[in-house]
Design a protein around this ligand. Structure first.
Ligand SMILES: C[S@@+](CC[C@H](N)C(=O)[O-])C[C@H]1O[C@@H](n2cnc3c(N)ncnc32)[C@H](O)[C@@H]1O
Length: 202
């Protein structure tokens, strides 16, 4: 399937993403070795989770963490059965319905990983400065060298004051070589400036 079609379907399944940005991320991921182990923080209704299942290897382990009624959910429906149905037959899925900032959640992830390392960490949960920083500091250590860490919403959000991923991203990019995928033009949701995907190779 083309990257554009995958991005389009991911948005159809509920991803809160800009099509052009997600298409570029899919292009980039397709150039990398197959994903065998993926962690997503922020499942919402499963749109991006569907995409990781599509892109990952046929035997991949995929984990998605989401806090019921967490911030930045904006009333999106969570349907566990639906998310479990997105996996390929031999993929393994763990859905963790807990606060990503809790040490208990981190322990649960360690159990799931069973000493394996992540190929992709996608951070799209708590978008406050402290929240995204905690997710990065807590979970980036489980990513293998050469693996990818992707943050969503690195663009400045005019209308959502507690969306502060840009502030953390601007610090992070001083210390690492990064790729920024930002489509400043397209605003189908009428939110003004929003979105942006930040990619960091560990
Ligand atoms: C913007 S949505 C994620 C969108 C999803 N990645 C997609 O595009 O398909 C953010 C999600 O993060 C969750 N969330 C917020 N704070 C969280 C936390 N501390 N721990 C776990 N999940 C959290 C919210 O409940 C919400 O479902």
């Amino acid at each position: 399937m083309t990257s554009e079609k995958l991005a389009e379907l991911s948005i159809f399944y509920g991803a809160v993403q800009k099509n052009k940005e997600l298409t570029q991320l899919v292009d980039l991921l397709k150039q990398k070795p197959k994903l065998n182990n993926v962690l997503e923080i922020g499942s919402a209704s499963g749109g991006t989770f569907w995409l990781w299942c599509q892109l990952a290897s046929s035997t991949a382990q995929l984990t998605s963490i989401d806090l019921p009624l967490g911030r930045f959910n904006n009333g999106r429906t969570y349907n566990e059965k639906l998310l479990l149905g997105y996996k390929k037959p031999n993929q393994t899925v763990s859905l963790i319905r807990k606060n990503s900032h809790s040490p208990k959640t981190e322990s649960k992830l360690c159990e799931v990983l069973n000493e394996k390392e992540l190929d992709l960490l996608f951070i799209d949960g708590d978008h406050t400065y402290e929240g995204v920083k905690d997710d990065y500091n807590r979970y980036s250590k489980y990513v293998k060298n050469g693996g990818l860490i992707v943050l969503h919403d690195i663009a400045h959000h005019d209308q959502v004051k507690d969306c502060q991923v840009d502030k953390f991203w601007n610090e992070l990019k001083q210390q690492h070589s990064v790729v920024e995928i930002i489509d400043p033009e397209y605003d189908d949701r009428g939110w003004g400036s929003w979105g942006g995907l930040g990619v960091l190779v560990k």
